[in-house]
Design a protein around this ligand. Structure first.
Ligand code: IPD
Ligand code: CA
Length: 188
């Protein structure tokens, strides 16, 4: 049996005191942490509400602005100016307005653009040409086509100089003279 004042027991008492101190600090830190988590939860809730309201306002805004001459598909928006222009003029109008002529890259995008052409009952110019290499249509970026919807027998380079592409109101594509006047529309 050890006596009171035994140095080993005193060491243990000291150790207990140290551990109690550490426990108190940990408890305090934990309660601060829980408070912070609650504050953050509240803020996230507020932000979620704001995001929801913004999303609602944005979808309302799109519906208002896109009627009747615009279509939204995925992250792309097509909008027509309603007037007919040569390829060069249509291209210039688009790029000046911070966009480009339409490049439908999927059936869904082609369908959205078709709706505009149908509504206007006009064929519209697309962005792609085979000016650089006859028979090879490319986007303004130089990239090869990832999607096409040529009408039967097209592209046929009729007369030897059809380097632009029009989309008919039925959605099919035809290579056409760039100097013809076609519906001018833009994608952003
Ligand atoms: C042509 C034809 C042809 C097509 C050309 C068009 P047009 O029309 O529809 O099938 O490939 O692009 O220009 O000039 O004979 O009225
Ligand atoms: Ca053609």
């Amino acid at each position: 049996r050890r006596e009171k004042g035994d140095p080993e027991v005193n060491d243990l008492w000291q150790w207990v005191a140290v551990l109690e101190g550490q426990l108190r600090r940990l408890q305090k830190a934990f309660s601060q942490y829980k408070k912070e988590v609650n504050v953050l939860r509240q803020r996230v809730g507020i932000l979620e509400g704001q995001l929801q309201r913004l999303q609602n306002a944005f979808s309302q805004y799109k519906r208002a602005v896109l009627f009747p001459d615009g279509r939204s598909v995925g992250e792309k928006i097509f909008k027509t100016a309603g007037s007919k222009k040569t390829f060069q003029d249509a291209q210039q109008i688009c790029t000046q307005a911070g966009g480009q002529l339409p490049s439908p890259r999927s059936a869904a995008e082609n369908e959205a653009l078709t709706q505009l052409a149908t509504a206007q009952n006009k064929s519209a110019f697309l962005s792609m040409t085979d000016i650089r290499k006859e028979g090879t249509f490319i986007y303004p970026t130089g990239e090869a086509l990832v999607y096409s919807n040529w009408a039967p027998q097209e592209p046929n380079n009729d007369g030897g100089s059809e380097n632009c592409v029009e989309i008919f109101p039925n959605g099919k594509w035809n290579d056409k003279l760039c100097g013809e006047q076609r519906l001018s529309s833009r994608e952003v």
